[in-house]
Design a protein around this ligand. Structure first.
Ligand code: NOJ
Ligand code: CA
Length: 714
């Protein structure tokens, strides 16, 4: 036996240019193949159920001031195979435990001319492939600068894609659904915001990129564990249908300052012939390191309200005054400033929202515009705007926290950095200390506008390191972080579960900035949500924004039932009820669902899923075991057929169904909904009409058989 192993080892260490290496997934559905071309260029390919999904694709990196780079001239030195199988318990999540099961192949390559080593590590799961570059410690590769990563993803055809334009500074786009070959033609039209920040090719798209092949295979390209590296977009060669990685540059145009030993993030390819497997995939989390926080008791799923939507809709202001400048000139005595009369974050109003949130069982209230600096920012002075510790004179920070705590409510802190990351780093300790002093345990941070230092971009290595620095520092203070406009998440919340949310995509705020596409929320779970939860801020009950602010003619393209369903379909341990108390009072029976719905789950079953069309998921609450169901619908009305077989056999439930009606129309009649109570068992089938951009939400309560008399049976 030993001889055979030695013999095999010898065969493997011989330069084996033509000896392709293959790896099979645990269930055998996937085969990944690694090979080296005659010029020593590494390649990989992937098949699923016998069909090619990624054609032979080149791998490697172009280095700055290094003519050979790490592109070719390689030989295979050795191949290490491994199997891994563990089950881990996330601190919060869609499910109580996650299986991390893969076959691994680590290929050690040597670049003959330079004697440099590069390891390419593949992990093949039952839901797809992850691979990354590893740069071991070695004399001939110590410091190096990445000019471009040259990882290819060669498609087998002109697939349908759900894409947003490649951009180094915003992810807040509506998705375009098109053939790959149509991206170029549709590109300019897709760039609806921050157009001046568009930097690259007219066939460049962001990840997570969702695709569907003509024969019904779903392919998702993204990355996992983006740490100390720049974020990847994809540039399409639309003659050959080959994507290539395109990293975010720093202010010098460089794409990564590296010091071996180090690694790239994982490049991920999630594949299935059943779209439900894509939204349920935990591969992105599995490719991240286990939790680094020892005691996680302080990390708590949270349902919150806010003093927020009123600023977003333009009804009130973040700023207390329109006087400018303030902080820059050391003016912190705001009692001398002239109030503008529209400041949202004032004592009386914050107390009202605390009262309403407490009465209705919420955990927390977010207050934006509590601190000085907004007047400076709007006065176009950027760097010295916020100190994150000085409240406006009408926001009594200690008293409001005391008041909130007396009612069982936590206040959520807000740190709008205005993109001035060094300024934030300078103040972060005192800012977090202030939070701890008064009992805040969560912060929403934000990175609106151009990054300072000038020339840096939101998703470059340097700025990605900043986001992680804030998360790590927050661990020291036991603070949960929800960063808006930060880089799209890549499963890092497994390692740092205090990262309870992110925005990093087009959220509900855009319903007040002109509206989002009616099927937007049927796409996000296939794209943005694969990397981690989104602070989408659902719960909008008033779609005509001009009723809130006559100067804002925006319309929210959604229905009340759709808004309720989002608490299920947009999984997050942090869920907001974003609308105003008075709107919830007006539709108190529909609001009941938001009060009832859980935010942490023991189990989740995706019952239907099709990107752009619909998503239906049932989830079982972690604490109570109660089942809830949510379904969101795309551009066309439909009737869903949902077997309730996830319910426990033999038990009887009262299902309260919140749905659209035949009269509901997301444009003209979005507030029409129906609520009905029916008897359901695991044998029942729910037939439910959904309006375009609509949906339905259901809560299930176990009931004695004799208590359900008179109720309609499903
Ligand atoms: C953009 C964020 O997405 C939004 O939620 C926040 O209110 C504003 N920035 C101000 O910080
Ligand atoms: Ca935003």
């Amino acid at each position: 036996m030993k001889n055979i192993v030695q013999l095999l080892f010898l065969i493997l260490i011989l330069p084996a240019v033509s000896l392709a290496q293959t790896l099979q997934s645990p269930n055998g559905n996937f085969v990944a193949t690694f090979d080296i071309q005659s010029d020593g260029t590494p390649t990989y390919s992937l098949s699923y159920k016998g069909k090619t999904v990624i054609k032979p694709s080149k791998m490697g990196l172009e280095l700055k001031n290094d003519s050979l780079s790490l592109l070719n001239g390689f030989e295979m030195m050795k191949v290490d195979m491994n199997t891994f199988d563990e089950t881990w318990k996330p601190v919060w999540g869609e499910v109580a435990s996650i299986r991390n099961h893969y076959k691994e192949m680590a290929v050690t390559l040597r670049q003959k001319a330079t004697n440099r080593q590069l390891i390419i590590r593949f992990r093949l799961f039952d839901d797809g492939l992850g691979f990354r570059y590893e740069f071991p410690e070695q004399p001939n590769l110590i410091y190096f600068t990445i000019k471009e990563e040259r990882t290819q993803f060669a498609m087998t055809g002109d697939h349908t894609a759900f894409w947003i334009p490649g951009d180094y500074d915003t992810q807040e786009y509506d998705y375009t659904e098109s053939k790959l070959s149509e991206i170029r033609g549709l590109f300019a039209g897709a760039v609806t915001s921050n157009a001046s920040q568009m930097q690259f090719s007219p066939t460049g798209v962001q990840t997570a990129l969702m695709m569907k092949t003509a024969d019904g295979i779903y392919i998702n390209l993204h990355e996992a564990a983006l740490i100390n590296y720049s974020c990847m977009s994809l540039n399409l060669d639309d003659k050959n249908m080959v994507f290539e990685s395109w990293l975010t540059p720093d202010a010098n145009g460089d794409k990564g300052l590296m010091q071996a030993p180090c690694t790239s993030p994982w490049r991920t390819i999630i594949v299935s012939d059943d779209a439900r497997d894509i939204v349920a995939s935990k591969m992105t989390y599995n490719l991240n390191e286990p939790c680094k926080i020892k005691n996680t008791d302080w990390i708590k799923p949270t349902k919150y309200m806010g003093v927020w939507w009123e600023m977003i809709t333009g009804k009130s202001s973040w700023s207390y005054t329109n006087d400018y400048p303030s902080v820059r000139l050391g003016v912190t005595d705001f009692t001398k400033a002239k109030p503008n009369g529209t400041h949202g974050g004032n004592n009386a109003h914050v107390r009202q929202v605390i009262d309403f949130a407490a009465k209705n069982g919420f955990d927390a209230v977010l207050v934006e515009g509590w601190n000085i600096g907004w007047e400076d920012w709007f006065g176009h002075n950027k760097d010295f705007v916020f100190d994150f510790i000085t409240p406006y004179p009408d926001f009594d920070l200690p008293a409001l926290n005391d008041y909130a705590h007396s009612k069982g409510i936590k206040l959520i802190m807000h740190h709008e950095t205005s993109g001035a990351i060094r300024n934030y780093e300078r103040h972060i300790d005192t800012a977090y200390q202030l939070m701890k002093k008064y009992g805040y345990d969560a912060v929403k941070s934000g990175y609106v506008g151009n990054i300072l230092p000038l020339g840096e971009h939101h998703y470059s290595q340097y700025v990605n390191n900043h986001y992680l620095y804030c998360i790590q520092k927050a661990v020291d203070y036991k603070i949960m972080v929800n960063a808006h406009e930060a880089v799209r998440p890549t499963g890092l919340a497994r390692t740092y579960p205090n990262m309870i949310g992110n925005e990093s995509a087009r959220g509900t705020e855009f319903q007040a900035f002109g509206g989002s596409k009616p099927n937007h929320v049927t796409i996000l779970p296939f794209t943005r949500l694969l990397g981690g939860p989104m602070d989408y801020t659902p719960g909008i009950f008033e779609m005509d924004i001009s009723k809130i602010n006559p100067a804002n003619s925006s319309h929210a393209n959604t229905t009340i039932a759709n808004q309720l369903a989002l608490y299920l379909t947009m999984y997050s341990p942090l869920q907001m009820a974003a609308d105003f108390p008075e709107h919830y009072e007006r539709y108190a029976d529909a609001f009941q669902f938001i009060k009832d719905v859980a935010v942490d789950w023991q189990d989740s079953k995706y019952l239907e899923a099709e990107p752009g069309d619909y998503i239906t998921v049932a989830r079982k609450a972690k604490k109570t075991g109660q089942w809830f169901l949510g379904s969101v619908n795309g551009n066309d009305a439909r009737t869903a057929t949902i077997p309730l077989s996830f319910l426990e056999p033999g038990k009887t439930y009262i299902a309260t169904i919140y749905s659209d009606t035949k009269a509901t129309d997301y444009k003209t009649n979005p507030q029409a909904y129906a609520i009905r109570k029916v008897v359901a068992t695991s044998q029942s089938k729910l037939l439910q009409y959904c309006a375009a951009a609509g949906g339905f939400a259901v809560s299930f309560v176990e009931a004695d058989k004799d208590k359900v008399k008179g109720l309609e049976k499903l």
